[in-house]
Design a protein around this ligand. Sequence first.
Ligand SMILES: Nc1nc2c(ncn2[C@@H]2O[C@H](COP(=O)(O)OP(=O)(O)O)[C@@H](O)[C@H]2O)c(=O)[nH]1
Ligand SMILES: [Mg+2]
Length: 328
Amino acid sequence: MDRLAEAVQSGDRAALARAITLVESSLDQDRHDAELLLEQLLPAAGHSIRIGITGIPGAGKSTLIERLGIQALNSGHKVAVLTVDPSSEKSGGSILGDKTRMTLLAAKPQAFVRPSPAGVTRGGIAARTRECVYLCEAAGFDLVIVETIGVGQVELAVAGITDILLLLLLPGTGDELQGMKRGSMELADLVLVNKADGPLRNVALATVADYRQALRLTRQPRPGEGVEVIAVSALEDQGIAEVLQKLFQLHQKRRESGALAARRAEQCRDWLWQAIREAFLESMVGKISPQDRVAELEQEVVAGRMTASLAARQFVNECAGHGSGDVA
Ligand SMILES: Nc1nc2c(ncn2[C@@H]2O[C@H](COP(=O)(O)OP(=O)(O)O)[C@@H](O)[C@H]2O)c(=O)[nH]1
Ligand SMILES: [Mg+2]
C-alpha cells in the first residue's frame, strides 16, 4: 500500500485507477487495504474544487463536463471526473450512457475520467465516491467533477460530497418545471439551461426566464447568494467559460466566508453517522440477518401493530444480545 500511495501522490493515473478499483471492491481484504491506503492519502486530500452536476438523462451533463473540463485544463487545472449512476448499482448496467466516457477529455494527460462502477453496494455508492474524490485530490487533481442523475437520493448524496451543485436543465418546461418537484432546486447552487442553440435557442431563453421567476418565488435565498440561471450550449461551446468562471468565483467566495468549511464539516458529520450505522449493521452479519429482521419489523410497523421507536429498540436489544453472547 505504501508503494501505491506513493504512486498515486506522484500523479500516476494508472495507479489512481488501481486505487479506485481497490476502494470500490467489496472483498474483505481489499477493503482492509483500501482503508490503509486512504489513511495514508487523506492528509493530501481536500484541496480541490468539488463540483456536482445533476440533471435528467440526455440533458447534456457529460457533454458539458467535457467542455468545462477542457476549458479548465487550458487554464492550467488538473481535472478528474467521476460518475455516480444508481442504475449501475442495482443492475450492473448504466443509464448515464456512452458519452460518460468523455473520450476527448480522457485523452488529455492532465485529466482523469472514471465511469461509474457496476455493482458497488458495500457502504453505498456515495461513500465510495467520496473516497474516490479524496484519491483524486491526493493525486493532484484540483477540480473534481461528479456527474449524476437527477433523482432524489443519489442527487442528495452527491450534494453531500461536493462543494457546489450544478443543475442542468433542458429547454422547455412543459406544465411543471423540471426538478421543481423533486427538490433539485433546493440543492442547486447554479442552474443551467443547456441546448440553447439552433431551433431551441429561443425556447431555452424563455426557460431561463421561467426559472429565474420560479426561483425568486420559491427558493429561500442563502445569505448573500442568489441562484443564477444561465443559458448555455455545451455542444456549441457557448457560455461554458462563463460558467467555469462563476463556479470558481462562488467557490472562492464561500472559502473566504467560511461557508465552504462549514459545508464540508457538516458533510463529514453525516458521512460519519452513515458509516457508524453501516458498521453497526455489518457487525451483526453472521449473528442475525439485519435486513431480514428489519423487514419483519417493518411489517409490524406498516400494519400498525408496533411503533417505529419500539421496533427500533427491540432491534437494538436483539443485536446487543447477540453481540454480548459472542463475547462471552
Ligand atoms: N443541441 C444540443 N445538443 C446537445 C447539447 N449538449 C448535449 N447535447 C446532446 O444531447 C445528447 C445527450 O448528451 P449527454 O451529454 O450524453 O447527456 P447526459 O445524459 O446528461 O450526460 C447527446 O446526443 C449530445 O450530443 C447542446 O448544448 N446542444
Ligand atoms: Mg452522461
